[in-house]
Design a protein around this ligand. Structure first.
Ligand code: PMP
Length: 382
């Protein structure tokens, strides 16, 4: 199988499994226990926290372990909003946030929180002119992703952070797709709170973190003594150790990004050469190195995914599946893309396991399967 769906999740690295196994078999005591094994578990937790802090450029106290990015996002938004002064109760989200985050925004809005959306331009990047207008002194929080999971477009985090801070607001950044794929340092990133998830960079699923700048007030959403009272619940120690190991194993992120970007560019250029109807979304925007979001004319994504499956290639659609049908991606819709084009969009996401042979295989096998369908498409077009 050729796996080109790294934005959905990634396989665990060997080093991650090697680090987790001894914890699962031998360090299973509760970190809150007073006895020797509990204290040993507490030491392992402190070690993993120190590693996470070192790799991500933050202080150990700034790391709050969560069950993943969805929980980190919820903790950040609900926790920062609850701690905001009464005269600041407006929250801004970008219109292309992750589907779970959009649901959170809608839930807040339904509960009478004033939610406003920061629009994107047709090219997928944030509309800074509108952001400037919307970020006022009544804003508690701006929540913006660092990189979009569908298009790969990188958002202007530093510029928005400057605007938010000038207005006296705090900024939360969902960096789930960014960390592990681009160099990252919390201290210089500009955000007050940052969400991340281990399974996006060869760590285990069900573990992530919220990085929270020291001194920024946050009300916990799950009550308990763990994580300095900021996130209750017995810690998932094997997961935390796996998260630390995955970060530790990242190596030279810039060099890997350059390798993957070269493969992605070769894939896009090859497909565009073989199938001139290929259109790549956000091709000119600053993008994550491994994300390629494209459509082959108006060819339905279901047909494309079926052919890819036949070739043993795992990719993804830009549509959100709902019971009994598909809805066009809210990200493409926010960019002003018509539904028929959105429903023809496929996402290839390359990553650590992707090789030049994978790209060569796809370029050799896919165009001959799609070309006749595209031709058919043209013949049947009104
Ligand atoms: N935010 C973004 C941008 C994502 O891509 C994802 C995962 N698809 C999430 C949040 C949710 O992460 P998790 O699976 O760790 O809850």
């Amino acid at each position: 199988m050729i796996y080109l769906d790294h934005n959905a999740t990634t396989p665990m690295a060997q080093a991650v499994m090697a680090a987790m196994l001894p914890v699962m078999s031998g360090v299973w005591a509760n970190t809150s226990s007073q006895h020797g094994p509990g204290q040993e578990a507490k030491r392992v937790l402190a070690g993993a926290r120190a590693t996470v802090a070192r790799v991500l450029g933050c202080k150990p106290v700034e790391v709050i372990f969560t069950s993943g990015a969805t929980e980190a996002n919820h903790l950040a938004v609900r926790g920062l909003l609850a701690a905001a002064p009464l005269e600041r109760q407006r929250v801004l989200f970008s219109s292309v946030e992750h589907a779970g985050h959009v649901r959170l925004a809608r839930a807040l809005s339904a509960a009478d929180v004033q939610v406003d959306w920061l629009p994107v331009q047709p090219g997928g990047t944030l509309d800074m002119a509108v952001a400037k207008k919307l970020i006022g002194t009544d804003v508690a929080l701006v929540s913006l992703m660092a990189a979009n999971n569908e298009t790969g477009v990188l958002m202007p985090v530093a510029d928005v952070a400057t605007l938010a801070h000038a207005a006296g607001a705090v900024i939360h950044v969902d960096a789930t797709q960014f960390i592990g794929k681009q160099p990252f340092n919390f201290a210089s990133f500009g955000a007050d709170a940052v969400s991340l998830s281990a399974h996006k960079f060869q760590g285990p699923k069900g573990i992530g973190a919220l990085l929270l700048r020291q001194g920024v007030p946050l009300l916990p959403q799950t009550l308990g003594s763990q994580e300095r009272g900021r996130r209750g619940g017995t810690e998932n120690l094997p997961g935390i150790v796996g998260l630390a190991a995955a970060l530790n194993a990242l190596g030279d992120v810039s060099a890997e990004a350059a390798r993957i970007a070269a493969l992605r560019d070769r894939l896009e250029a090859g497909l565009q050469r073989a199938l001139p109807d290929t259109f790549v979304w956000c091709q000119d925007a600053p993008r994550l190195p491994g994300t390629s979001y494209l459509r082959f004319g108006q060819l339905s994504v279901d047909v494309v995914l079926q052919r890819l499956d036949r070739l043993g290639v795992a990719a993804s659609s830009g549509a959100a599946c709902s019971s009994g049908g598909s809805e066009p991606s809210h990200v493409l819709t926010a960019m002003g893309v018509p539904a028929d084009e959105a429903l023809a969009t496929v996402r290839f996401s390359l990553g650590a396991t992707t090789t030049a042979d994978d790209v060569a295989y796809l370029l050799r096998e896919l165009p001959p399967l799609l070309a006749p369908l595209l031709h058919e498409d043209l013949l049947t077009a009104p």
